[in-house]
Write a protein that binds this ligand. Structure first.
Ligand SMILES: Cc1ncc(C[n+]2csc(CCOP(=O)(O)OP(=O)(O)O)c2C)c(N)n1
Ligand code: SF4
Ligand SMILES: [Mg+2]
Length: 286
């Protein structure tokens, strides 16, 4: 039986108290309880503080370009559907530069677990306003307060056809681990947005601020995450920010629709060049 230690490759160097530590720990807990071996898991990360996660985790990893986590993760899943693919982005990586890929991955319903580390700031680049920063948020890029209305990732995911949509909080890692575990067991795209204080760059959205401003969906007995209308109503962040499973539905995944048209996924093909086939392809270009 593996333990969390088996997935701990290196001690992280995030600032002491950073919310990402709890996300790192929650992912380890989920993987242990799902009995996923390190070689069955790939973690793809974007650029930002969150982007260091794969280098500390004992699994395959790919640290790519800013905002391009999902195309890479999609390629990996289609090439070898037996792998568990976890993609990790920040609020900037996912909802600014990567927003186009986000919407299309949701629409396609490819089986990727997508963790969005929402610290409401561009942390690595020393604290600029992000798409999830509140109106009026003062930062290095908005010294007079942000004049932009914030974006709500889970609501956008709901509108784009998402089939598993959840939000957790790094101040409650065991709850977050439960959401990640459910997301990793989902057939299709699973968004888990993790509210995560950046203790160095964001002095507004602190652990205390989040604790005061979140509400647990599980505590509302009238809420049903299979009811899209209810999910839409309850996911509105005009009041308190809801955490928990917001929406879930069953639908064929992208790889289930795409792969039957192929002989085999790429990784199971014999990639040696057959000289006769190669020459017949060359013939076509003469
Ligand atoms: C194409 C490109 N544009 C801009 C940057 C600069 N850049 C690096 S990280 C980052 C934002 C990071 O914010 P977020 O995704 O929220 O990650 P965090 O650091 O908060 O975890 C930006 C704009 C870059 N690396 N590449
Ligand atoms: S700058 Fe913020 S997000 Fe980055 S490691 Fe430090 S506390 Fe965490
Ligand atoms: Mg961020």
């Amino acid at each position: 039986m593996r333990t969390k230690l088996d997935y701990h490759l290196e001690d992280p160097t995030w600032c002491p108290g950073c919310g990402i530590y709890a996300i790192f720990d929650a992912l380890k807990s989920a993987v242990v309880s799902l009995k996923i071996e390190p070689e069955q898991l790939v973690i793809v990360t974007g650029i930002g503080c969150h982007g260091r996660l794969n280098s500390y985790f004992n699994a395959y990893g790919f640290h790519g370009l800013h905002g391009r986590v999902l195309p890479v993760a999609t390629g990996i899943k289609l090439s070898n559907p037996e792998l568990h693919v976890v993609a990790v982005s920040g609020d900037g990586d996912a909802y600014s530069i990567g927003i186009g890929h986000f919407i299309h991955a949701l629409r396609k319903n490819i089986s990727i677990t997508y963790l969005v580390v929402d610290n409401r700031i561009y942390a690595l680049t020393q604290g600029q306003t992000s798409p999830t920063s509140n109106l009026g948020f003062v930062s290095k890029s908005s010294p007079y307060g942000s004049k932009e209305y914030p974006l709500d990732g889970p609501q956008l995911a709901l509108a784009a056809g998402g089939t598993f949509i959840a939000r957790g909080f790094s101040g409650d890692p065991s709850h977050l681990a439960g959401l990640i575990k459910r997301g990793m067991s989902h057939n299709g795209f699973a968004l888990i947005e993790a509210l995560s204080p950046c203790v160095t760059q964001n002095k507004v959205n602190t652990y205390g601020w989040f604790k005061k401003n979140i509400c647990r969906l599980e505590e509302d007995s009238s809420f049903n995450p299979r009811d899209k209308k209810k999910a839409w109503e309850r996911s509105s962040t005009e009041g308190k920010i809801p955490v928990g499973l917001i929406y879930k539905e069953e639908k064929s995944s992208f790889e289930e629709l795409v792969l039957p048209d192929r002989e085999k996924p790429l990784v199971f093909n014999d990639l040696k060049i057959n000289i006769n086939k190669f020459e017949s392809i060359l013939e076509k270009f003469k």
